[in-house]
Write a protein that binds this ligand. Structure first.
Ligand code: NI
Length: 221
């Protein structure tokens, strides 16, 4: 799971929210796969509307501009972006995302959620990603984004007051394997620290992890 801070600046978030207020909204079930449809209760901005498409283009460019995005995700293809709204108890129950999406059969290696409302303005609404080590509840500042494995079991907790707006999408990566992608991310981050002259505990830990994980992949005992 990787956090990308400040994908949208405060004024960009305000612009996106203003435009979304003027956009037409539809039932979120229309874009869910058969299994997810039963547990998905939200609304989505209508993807065929020109205003929504303009917002999508604006947000997509911001995502691509973020300095960590390409090195964290190694993106090959991105899905359409969905803008979702939850209020009045709306929720998206536990589900996993379709492996292949749309007519283009995009392989969803990673999912992302870009938060568009500040966490103190609504109750509930955490993105909950389950793992054998326990569930992680993620509720980020407006403009921040989380990348997580699309193959995980995850949910959006009921929004019991206020309104939660977010942008979600999926990425097919050039590096399909999550462990290999993370290893390359460690090396890129260590390199960035070294390039700034920061030979310290953090940069050495990143190198240690990359070295250990390569050894796990290659060692025969
Ligand atoms: Ni999902």
């Amino acid at each position: 799971m990787i956090l990308l801070e400040g994908v949208l600046a405060a004024e960009d978030v305000a612009r996106v929210r203003r435009d979304l207020d003027a956009a037409p909204w539809i039932d979120g079930k229309t874009t869910a796969g058969p299994a997810a449809r039963e547990v998905k209760q939200n609304r989505q901005a209508a993807g065929d509307d020109p205003l929504v498409q303009a917002i999508e283009k604006f947000v997509l460019e911001a995502i691509h501009r973020h300095p960590l995005f390409s090195v964290a995700a190694r993106p090959r293809r991105l899905s359409r972006l969905l803008f979702s709204s939850y209020e009045g108890g709306e929720t998206y129950g536990l589900h996993t995302d379709d492996a292949l999406m749309g007519a283009a059969l995009l392989r969803s290696d990673l999912a992302f959620t870009l938060f568009l409302t500040d966490p103190e303005t609504y109750e509930g609404g955490a993105l909950t990603v389950t793992s054998p080590l326990g569930d992680q509840a993620i509720k980020l500042a407006a403009g921040d984004m989380v990348l997580y494995p699309a193959g995980s079991i995850h949910a959006v907790a009921p929004v019991t007051s206020g309104r939660r707006l977010a942008c979600v999408g999926w990425i097919q990566s050039t590096v399909r394997d999550a462990a290999q992608r993370e290893l390359l991310f460690d090396l890129a981050n260590a390199r960035a620290l070294f390039a700034r002259g920061e030979v310290n505990r953090e940069s050495l830990l990143l190198l240690d992890r990359a070295q250990s994980n390569l050894l796990r992949m290659w060692a025969e005992t």
